[in-house]
Design a protein around this ligand. Sequence first.
Ligand SMILES: [Zn+2]
Length: 180
Amino acid sequence: MKGSEKMVAKKNTNKTNKLTRKATGFNLSKRSRDKLARVHPDLKKVVELALTMYTKEDFAVICGIRTRTEQRRLVQKGASQTMNSRHLPNGQGFARAVDLAWWKDGAISWNTDNLKSFYALDHSADYKGYQAIGVAMKTAAKELNIPIRWGADWDGDGQHTDHTLVDWVHFELPKDHGYD
Ligand SMILES: [Zn+2]
């Protein structure tokens, strides 16, 4: 797709980096749209705006809603830590979480067979692309005035190293902001 790693790395050295609202040329694929079908409309709006107007790196929606069976399987594999996942449907049947993967050179930038190490994050060389996606998501959420929490920065302090679980792909509508 677009953007060399060098450019991304440079961009991310500046924490106060402001993104310009401008068509990125990226659009949701059919597969990504299908994954968003049962995601809460507010989170869906943030993902769409981040992808079409802000992100420097293309990304794909790899997970929206999960059944309890799927979630249990992930917990057993060590790819998720909780049965209270916000990917599970709420009372209205919506997931309040999405997982976004960096779409790099025509493929998802990491091996899905290696989910466990990805979620536990051994600081894969690919994490810079995920920082770009995170910045775009935060910028889009701010514009729409929709609060989001990023799995790579649960407390929103801009640091990725002060958490025991760094989940680069995960974004959710926070429970403490009126979302069930
Ligand atoms: Zn997730």
